[in-house]
Ligand binder design. Structure first.
Ligand SMILES: Cc1ncc(COP(=O)(O)O)c(C=O)c1O
Length: 450
């Protein structure tokens, strides 16, 4: 019997296993094949152009055809296409990148451990916490708290950390010792009449109750994005971060900052933690670190945390954590050039200059009957959709599908659409992006009326 309703004659038999799809659908539906890109645009195999309104998976920060990054990769490939970082061997470009990242990070005398993906960096940081605490006389402090609605990765540990049931169900996740608390999503979780500050207090009280219930001496770290783009850009109230950091300090719980999406100017500061005014114990970065041209991620650790790893290593005789591609010279060369270009071209300044235009374009959508509200932070934004007869939670996907037909990619999250275009976007391109978006909204509206 066919898995889906497709007739046997029309069935496709894809070899690739496509994540984030319903697998049987791939037997009926050809994927959209993207074959090239330029600036904020990508092109399919028929030549149709699309504005990448979400930088694909929030990562191609410098757009799609940055020759300088291509050159950096080619040059490094010619010089030394691969060598290991570890076992008392080093590649200079990797050392330079680590020094640059450490100097940018808000922690003093930071140390950098490289990996390939955001998931792997978060996974490593979880391991490092356990190792650190074993070596620091705190072997019971192993539990980690994350937030509902946040995405932290797809490995066994980081999918567990991710606060969505859909990433756990069927995979026998989460693993033990991972706890979840509420997302400070004022727009959706505030009670009728509740002020922002009272909402933030309630979030902190709920977290305190969870810590007390679990026994504070068993909690090692709190893992969070400064603002959770994966939770549909849930902007925390002003008092949330100061109160949260105070609470974590009170219980000696470490703060691990996932900057995989928010890092490198997305929120109009180099890191999201600067936007919200806190200093984490450790942070993870990936994606925009290489403008996604090469897979590379990093764990950036404060000095005191790193010293715990040193103690553990001294006891064991070796730090038994490494990876063949951790500190690969080609991604490192691309990352170094990415960071140089950001400085040379003042990408942060550009984001600060252009983000009010982006926010205004989002706000202007609020006159549309399908839009219930909008919010923006730097070059990340979201609009909440009005259900309009569609089943709750399905409208985002419907609108995103219509957006694709109209030449714009956006990220749906239930009944919200999230946008985060490449940081190099111009005012004219923002206007064109929202023109296309409005066309898509009109089509969805007409379809639901008809
Ligand atoms: C906040 C956050 N952390 C971690 C990850 C995982 O990164 P990767 O997909 O590179 O493993 C993602 C991916 O989207 C993310 O959004």
């Amino acid at each position: 019997m066919p898995i889906s309703g497709a007739s046997q004659a029309n069935r496709i038999d894809p070899t690739v296993v496509y994540g984030f799809t319903n697998l049987p659908d791939n037997r009926e539906r050809e994927p959209l094949r993207i074959v090239r890109g330029k600036g904020v645009f990508v092109y399919d195999e028929r030549g149709k152009d699309y504005i990448e309104g979400a930088s694909t998976f929030y990562c191609t920060s410098l757009g799609f055809s940055e020759e300088e990054l291509i050159e950096a990769a080619v040059k490094q490939m010619r010089e030394l296409p691969f060598y290991v970082t570890g076992a008392h061997r080093a590649v200079p470009v990797v050392e330079h990148l680590a020094e640059r990242l450490a100097a940018m990070a808000p922690m003093k005398n930071a140390k950098v451990a490289f990996a390939a993906t955001g998931s792997e960096a978060n996974d490593a940081l979880m391991k490092f916490l356990w190792y650190h605490n074993n070596a620091s006389g705190k072997p019971r402090r192993k539990k980690i708290i994350a937030r509902l609605g946040s995405y932290h990765g797809g490995t066994i540990a980081t999918a567990s950390l991710t606060g969505w049931v859909k990433y756990h169900a069927g995979f026998d996740l989460p693993i033990a010792g991972i706890l979840h608390t509420a997302q400070p999503d004022f727009a959706n979780l505030a009670e009728p009449g509740e002020a922002e500050e009272a909402f933030a207090d309630r979030m902190i009280d709920e977290l305190r109750a969870l810590i007390e219930r679990e026994d504070p001496e068993t909690i090692g770290a709190f893992f969070a994005e400064p603002v959770s783009v994966s939770a549909a850009l849930a902007l925390p109230p002003k008092t949330y971060w100061p109160k949260l950091t105070e609470l974590l300090g009170e219980y000696e719980i470490r703060l691990f900052d996932d900057e995989v999406v928010t890092g490198f100017a997305r929120t109009a500061n180099m890191f999201g933690c600067e936007t919200y005014g806190f200093t984490p114990d450790c942070m993870t970065v990936a994606k925009a670190l290489t403008s996604a041209y090469q897979p590379l991620s990093a764990v950036i650790m404060g000095e005191e945390f790193y010293e715990g790893l040193e103690r553990g290593s001294a006891e064991a005789g070796m730090f038994s954590h490494a990876g063949t591609y951790h500190g690969h010279p080609v991604p490192a060369a691309v990352a170094l050039r990415t960071l140089e270009l950001m400085e040379e071209r003042d990408i942060l300044g550009h984001v600060r200059t252009i983000s009010p235009h982006f926010a205004a374009a989002l706000r202007a959508l609020e006159d549309h009957p399908l839009i219930r509200g909008s919010r923006a932070l730097g070059l990340a934004g979201a609009v909440d959709l009005v259900a309009n007869g569609a089943a709750a939670g399905t409208l985002g996907a419907q609108v995103a599908g219509c957006c694709q037909a109209n030449g714009i990619f956006v990220r749906p999250s239930a009944d919200t659409i999230v946008m985060a275009p490449p940081l190099i976007i111009t005012e004219a391109e923002i206007d064109e992006m929202f023109r296309r978006f409005r066309l898509a909204l009109n089509e969805v509206l007409e379809a639901s009326a008809g």
